[in-house]
Design a protein around this ligand. Sequence first.
Ligand code: SF4
Length: 244
Amino acid sequence: MPERSEPTMKDERKNSPRAPVCPATMTPGRSARVVAALAAHYGRPEPALEYGNPYQLAVAVVLSAQTTDRQVNSVTPRLFERYPDFASLAAAQSGDIEKIIRSVGFFHTKARNIRELARRVAELYNGTLPSAREELMELPGVGRKSANVILAMGFGIPAFAVDTHVLRVSNRIGYARSESPDAVESCLTAVIPPEDWIAGHLLFISHGRAICRARGPLCDRCPVSALCDFAGDIPQTRSSPRDR
Ligand code: SF4
């Protein structure tokens, strides 16, 4: 989540709060130019989370709440070596899981969530992760954003996950005027075709990390500055390590 000292969408918003959540000024044509410019700049970004199968992806996604992907990647190799599938994780001792994932933060809750997630998948789905959003969202620790990541990255099913980077970049460029991830997702998917949702999610994250940072967006070197509502309109401040 953005730090308190970061500029909020509200601070940055120069239009009336009563303006539409999905501005009509972001047309499919303008959006296509944004996505094309980001793709030309970033290429085809890979997910930052490291995983080898749907089981590992689901666990890594649950562990990634409120922490960095790098931090998750530092604990999952040991976790997956010790517990290679849903059945083995379901049978694990909570204390053993906690010892392995302690550094990711909220480790009590996350250990409980991934073990319960594993138990439900093992018992309800015979050890195979479901590929329906509704079923995924019934699993512990899996909200809509996490379900979208799993659908997109685990199954190749078009979904546009809205994390803190996507939320910020979407508001700045002009896709949305909302701090609600669900509302922003609706705005994005209304103008971006489904075949671009998975790549678009990764491109927006890359852009949010590299250039459109929470603090100190680098508008003068931005590949979409000519298409952005907020280009150059945000005070330049020092970025924090989490923005990178
Ligand atoms: S011009 Fe600035 S605010 Fe707009 S997308 Fe680029 S870095 Fe972000």
